[in-house]
Design a protein around this ligand. Structure first.
Ligand SMILES: C[S@@+](CC[C@H](N)C(=O)[O-])C[C@H]1O[C@@H](n2cnc3c(N)ncnc32)[C@H](O)[C@@H]1O
Length: 347
């Protein structure tokens, strides 16, 4: 997969010509300018551009066919974003940068875009508010969060990362944490409410995006990550071995998986109170599951609580490397355990 910022690679003039043809129309330029700001649905675009759905859809079709933008499904919605990996977008990127401000302010697009992002923010806030009690109970269990994040950064190291996939991204905190080390960051989550929150937080960070999706079925994200992260996700899985197997499918050969979760503990009430499926994990279990998924442990850390309240729980960090390529067929479909896990998650 070519790195996103590889502007030094030669660009095929035929691709550039097609890209300019498709982009060389005012509404389509406005759409490109808007999608540079954030992902939008057709109805968002109709509202901003003040044009009918058939018209906007026609423009979108031309841009998709020219590989300048891409679409993905999110429930009943189709969401459009810039095709950030495509050579076509590289061809028009410099021009877009130069005219971006005038482009999206000329017809008031920027103001209407702001209305839409403000509405998203309100929906995300309402969701957070509704879940605040559950989340503060969960947060009280963590050892010093800053310390855990610093340890994660240390374990992964300072070298540039390429593509990071955050599995169960929630509010997108892991994308934010690694933002300055990655070229491309994708967070996936099964909860569209969490993704609204993540989108609000990550707005304007062009290298970071989130997708509605299930990590047991990665689709075109399979075998694309230099680093996959599973932060505070594994303990909710009824079959953690299957979840680790699914995570390994996200990795390029030689890619790394970072798992962060509670170390073994005995607070059984958390199963009822916080919906945990497991009371933390032993190093031995995690190593066995990594090994069974074709990965080798490279580093691990443990952070123990420093306060005396007995409320906080120890956190473990495991970093593993995928040593071999995955069989292509298994990278697309969830296995039987994955299917069972999906059913479990939906209960
Ligand atoms: C406790 S949150 C952790 C969020 C995030 N990793 C963080 O550290 O802030 C767990 C997240 O995993 C998501 N999740 C659970 N099962 C999933 C699956 N099979 N595929 C994608 N996301 C999943 C949940 O929707 C939830 O947002």
């Amino acid at each position: 997969m070519p790195p996103l910022s590889d502007t030094s690679a030669p660009l095929d003039p035929a691709i550039a010509l097609e890209a300019f043809r498709a982009a060389g129309e005012e509404t389509r330029l406005r759409i490109l300018g808007l999608l540079r700001e954030c992902e939008l649905t057709v109805s968002d675009l109709c509202r901003i551009l003040g044009q009918s759905q058939p018209r906007v859809s026609r423009h979108l079709k031309v841009l998709v066919e020219a590989d300048l933008i891409e679409r993905h499904r999110e429930g009943v919605w189709t969401v459009f974003s810039l095709a950030r990996r495509s050579p076509a977008i590289r061809a028009v990127e410099t021009a877009l940068t130069a005219i971006q401000y005038q482009l999206i302010t000329r017809y008031g697009d920027a103001d209407r875009l702001h209305e839409i992002t403000a509405e998203r923010e309100m929906r995300a806030r309402a969701y957070l508010q509704e879940n605040a009690d559950r989340w503060s109970a969960e947060r009280a269990l963590y050892v010093d969060e800053h310390g855990v994040e610093q340890a994660m950064l240390d374990v992964v190291g300072g070298a540039p990362i390429g593509t990071l996939i955050d599995l169960g991204t929630g509010g997108g905190r892991m994308l934010e944490l690694f933002a300055d080390r990655i070229e491309d960051g994708v967070g996936i989550d099964v909860s569209s409410e969490m993704l609204s929150y993540a989108r609000t937080r990550l707005q304007g960070q062009r290298r970071l995006r989130v997708r509605l999706g299930d990590f047991f079925n990665l689709g075109d994200l399979a075998r694309s990550a230099d680093l996959a992260v599973m932060h505070q996700v594994l303990r909710f899985m009824s079959d953690p071995a299957a979840a680790i197997r699914a995570a390994s499918r996200a990795l390029l050969p030689n890619g790394r998986l970072l798992i962060v979760d509670f170390a073994l503990h005995d607070r059984a009430e958390l199963i009822e109170r916080c919906g945990h499926a497991r009371l933390g994990f032993s190093d031995a279990d995690v190593e066995t599951w990594l090994d069974a998924s074709g990965m080798q442990l490279e580093d691990r850390r443990r952070l123990d609580p420093t306060d005396s309240s007995g409320e906080e729980l120890p956190v473990s960090i495991w970093l593993a490397r995928r040593l071999t390529a995955q069989p292509a067929a298994s990278s697309r479909l969830p296995d039987a355990a994955g299917v069972a896990q999906i059913a479990h998650n939906r209960l």
